[in-house]
Design a protein. Structure first.
Length: 271
């Protein structure tokens, strides 16, 4: 009996070790789900746009779109989530265009037509390059730019807002940190030791002085609502919290009227 028990424990240990090894080696593929094919463009929904390319400090070539809106006074710098590419965000682009707001949406390295290999540092360089494109190439004043980050993009946006001086920051369905949310999903794994990607959104919020809008939904099945609450508690004033209904990717469209009203009011706070 003891021999059988020892054998079971031995196999369980081997299985656990292999599981940890797989999680460590393939964590990048589990977090980032890039698509290279551009399935549509803003022209497919009747919007004029510029297909643009700009380089990061470390030499990656990034692709994006600049979508001007008639009579727009402000510009959105949009950081999308971990899956797909810019062509999967046409509904969001259309919504901003109607407010009206100019939009710069770009693909991170290895997403869409962008080149380079993914790393946390590299993604921060990507958003810095997008910021420099707006402020240096297009000569848009920093205070006229609102950085928006959705899901994983919220952590990237928060890092940029801490480094630069935008007119405002909007975090949508964003986690407090990759370490915390991964630990919640895998409580049996020593995540803090294994995880190479930290994305410390909540730490960056403590450095941000511009107006901040935090958006979360209690129906979110991917990022628990408490993450939004924690982010709001950590953010400095002036800050606003918007609670929507609906899941991770569709709450903005299910609550379109409420969402647009909140954005419009937030813009008044910023400017």
């Amino acid at each position: 009996m003891l021999k059988i028990l020892f054998t079971v424990i031995q196999y369980a240990f081997i299985f656990y070790f292999l599981l940890i090894l797989v999680l460590y080696l393939f964590q990048g593929k589990m977090i980032f789900i890039p698509y290279q094919d551009i399935i549509a463009t803003p022209s497919d929904i009747g919007l004029k746009f510029e297909d643009i390319n700009f380089k990061t400090q470390d030499g990656a070539n990034l692709n994006g779109w600049f979508i001007p809106a008639e009579n727009a006074k402000y510009t959105i710098l949009f950081c999308h989530g971990n899956g797909g590419n810019i062509s999967h965000r046409l509904d969001t682009i259309s919504l901003y265009n109607k407010i009206p707001l100019n939009v710069l949406i770009f693909d991170y390295r290895s997403y869409g037509k962008s080149t380079g290999s993914i790393s946390e540092k590299g993604l921060y360089e990507d958003v810095a390059a997008a910021w420099n494109y707006l402020t240096e190439t297009r000569k848009i004043l920093p205070e006229k730019i609102i950085i928006v980050g959705r899901s994983l993009g919220g952590s990237i946006a928060a890092h940029a807002a801490a480094e630069f001086s935008p007119g405002g920051l909007i975090l949508e369905s964003t986690f407090t940190s990759m370490t915390e949310i991964a630990g919640e999903r895998l409580p049996f794994v020593p995540v803090s030791w294994l995880l190479s990607y930290k994305f410390p959104t909540v730490k960056n919020l403590a450095k941000i002085k511009c107006p901040v809008l935090i958006i979360a939904s209690p129906d979110d099945s991917i990022v628990p609502f408490r993450h939004g609450e924690k982010l709001f508690a950590k953010a400095l004033e002036p800050k606003t919290f918007l609670q929507l209904t609906g899941d991770h990717d569709d709450c903005y469209f299910l609550c379109r009227t409420k969402y647009i009203a909140a954005l419009t009011k937030f813009l008044e706070t910023c400017f």
